[in-house]
Design a protein around this ligand. Sequence first.
Ligand SMILES: [Zn+2]
Length: 270
Amino acid sequence: MPRGRVAAGGGIGLVLALVIFLVTGDPGALFGAAVPKQQPQAQQQNYQPSEREQQLFDYAGVSLKDVEDTWNTVLPQYDEQYKEPTMVIYSDYVESGCGAADSGVGPFYCTRDQTIYLDLSFYDTLIQRYGAQQGDFIMNYVIAHEAGHHVQTLLGVTDQLNSLRQRVATGQMSQTEFNEYSVRYELQADYLAGVVAKYQANRGYLEEGDLEEAMSAAAAVGDDSIQQKAQGYVDPDTFNHGTSQQRQTWFMKGFRAGDLSEWDTFNASI
Ligand SMILES: [Zn+2]
């Protein structure tokens, strides 16, 4: 995405709150439950972001605006109304509608308050720990993926997944079986991120290399890639987001389609 694009001027529904807490404690599980083991002592600070943090913050605002424009355009084609999510950008620690989270959790979407939570350190984490290519468009992918969960929530898919989760809780479904649905749910969010990228491409917002950056981010957060790095082997039964290859494939499917025509990951061969 070209530098210097600003979200100002439009941005109805764009809510960015820089919430900063200082905390000492262990980071929680990656992309897992957004609840650290111990309730950290949080203290709100009058925080001065660094220049780099400010850049990421501004960039996230532009990304979110594109996400909103995309879904405000696409969903009415399906007689669905888009309702904008909130995005909270934080450092270290945040209280979300789904519980407390620290930056070790990674970006997440909370259905209860329909808010995307993004920690400022994740850009560096994605590159340094997960091996994504450098480039601002990797954050665009992350934001569009989380916003994909918002779209899934608006369209009732999240409710369906949650009722399956309920079946695991009551012993009617195995965790392994549920994980497969979880993978399909996550791949659908990747597809939806691809739809956003298509919208941005149609508007001339993409720069050379942006798609490759998104693909490298999708690969970096594949279950196989994460497990290989973390434990030295992969266990497909525990996959819940999809492999690097699957995540790239579904992102590109969304990009090619540019709408919801091929979004049904639950009835497709993945
Ligand atoms: Zn996700």
